[in-house]
Design a protein around this ligand. Structure first.
Ligand SMILES: [Zn+2]
Length: 119
């Protein structure tokens, strides 16, 4: 059994082995603008990712990470590191549905300054 995140129109979906117990609210300028809460997953726990033709991307601040959004409905869906050897990927936790956000611990990350968690 897998857990599935899907954008509003359903064109982009991502499957993972299990939902995280923690999600991350980051205060960097991009995450604040997107309004996104991230579920971080090890690459080994990601069962499927969308075809690249379904998303557009944006990168900033050194361009180490590509932020993907659905080409049809515009939802931010996930980010991928350009260095594929990095183990973490981020998925928009909101797209797993309301239950995850109701039950997961929300952690606050100071991405704007120190890059460390504030709690
Ligand atoms: Zn969509």
């Amino acid at each position: 059994m897998t857990e599935r995140a899907a954008c509003h129109c359903g064109a982009v979906h991502i499957e993972v082995a299990a939902l995280p117990s923690e999600v991350t609210l980051c205060n960097c300028s991009l995450c604040v603008a997107y309004g996104v809460i991230w579920a971080y997953h090890d690459v080994a726990d990601i069962v499927s990712l969308p075809d690249a033709s379904l998303t557009d991307t944006y990168a900033w601040n050194g361009r180490h990470v590509d932020f993907h959004r659905c080409r049809t409905c515009g939802c931010i869906t996930h980010w991928m590191p350009r260095d594929a050897s990095r183990q973490k990927r981020g998925i928009n936790a909101r797209l797993f549905g309301a239950e995850l956000l109701a039950t997961a611990r929300v952690r606050h990350k100071d991405g704007a300054n120190t890059g460390k968690y504030l709690d």
